[in-house]
Design a protein around this ligand. Structure first.
Ligand code: APR
Length: 268
């Protein structure tokens, strides 16, 4: 007689959580032992939409080429500026979720073990306490000038004349969101720090990313090639599942507390 389906699924989930907890336990206290790579799914339970989830994802509703590229900005600066202004409001109104807090608590409990690398441009990791998170794709709440000042002045973005977008009162240089747009290079220092963290870790924990965007997605394979165990937390299949030794099909806010802090078990 076969056990009811639900019971079997729950046991499998409990077993894989237990196996995942063992991987985390093995690196606790080890300098740089745990590298965590997060994506938009990390902030989904804080009310910030992801990019590629069907229907709800930003790119299901907006064209990334028009809104997340320099060409798109130059073509319609006001539209792009307004779109990011909306996203900023949403990010400011959002609160870190239980997943963010679990990462911050882990970092406090085992100082030096965690290297946190994020693709997210919101500040929820930082607000939860992970102020040293490596930001691969920039910061939604930090503006910068679209181009270098033609008069070689080091004007502060705060000096910009208000507008949509704000501009330099002297040369008209517009401000743009401090995020990495498609076709742009990642900040070299952040990318180098992320690569070093991926190469040094014994466990690469990947949370809430589709793995659709490089070079961020490549960090997972880099860690695996260097001998790290790869653990993925995602309620759905991602493009990097093949790199994983273990996949937990669940959400960031539900899975990270039991996984990282071991002080609760699934379903209790
Ligand atoms: N918990 C964990 N994962 C989740 C959750 C959740 N609550 N909700 C959704 N996910 C997963 C989805 O299944 C999906 O695999 O999060 C992933 C989100 O994928 P994307 O929307 O593609 O976001 P991300 O991987 O971060 O995108 C990478 O692309 O658009 C650019 O610069 C942008 O940084 C972004 C990059």
């Amino acid at each position: 007689m076969r056990r009811p389906l639900r019971r079997r699924h729950l046991n499998a989930a409990v077993q894989s959580l237990a196996a995942a907890q063992a991987l985390v336990r093995a690196v606790r206290g080890r300098p740089g032992g745990l590298c965590v790579l997060t994506g938009a799914g990390m902030s989904a339970e804080s009310g910030i939409p992801t990019f590629r989830d069907a229907l709800t994802g930003l790119w299901a509703r907006f064209d990334p080429a028009e809104l997340a590229s320099e060409d798109g900005f130059r073509a319609d600066p006001q539209r792009v500026w307004d779109w990011y202004a909306e996203r900023r409001e949403a990010a400011r109104a959002a609160e870190p979720n239980a997943g963010h807090h679990a990462l911050a608590r882990f970092a406090r409990r085992w100082p030096g073990t965690l290297a946190l690398v994020t693709q997210n441009v919101d500040d929820l990791h930082q607000r939860a306490g992970n102020t040293d998170a490596v930001r691969l794709h920039g910061d939604l709440l930090a503006d910068r000038w679209l181009q270098a000042c033609p008069r070689r002045r080091d004007c502060s973005p705060d000096a910009a004349v208000p507008g949509r977008p704000p501009r330099c009162g002297e040369c008209g240089n517009p401000l743009r969101p401090g995020v990495v747009w498609f076709g742009e290079e990642l900040p070299p220092q952040a990318l180098e720090a992320a690569r070093q963290a991926a190469e040094a870790c014994a466990l690469m924990l990947v949370v809430g990313t589709s793995g659709a965007v490089w070079p961020a997605a490549g960090l997972v394979g880099l860690a695996r090639r260097r001998g790290a165990q790869v653990l993925i937390v995602n309620p759905a299949a991602s493009e990097i599942d093949d790199e994983a030794h273990l996949v937990l099909r669940g959400t960031a806010a539900r899975m990270l507390p039991p996984l990282l802090l071991d002080d609760t078990v699934l379903g209790s």
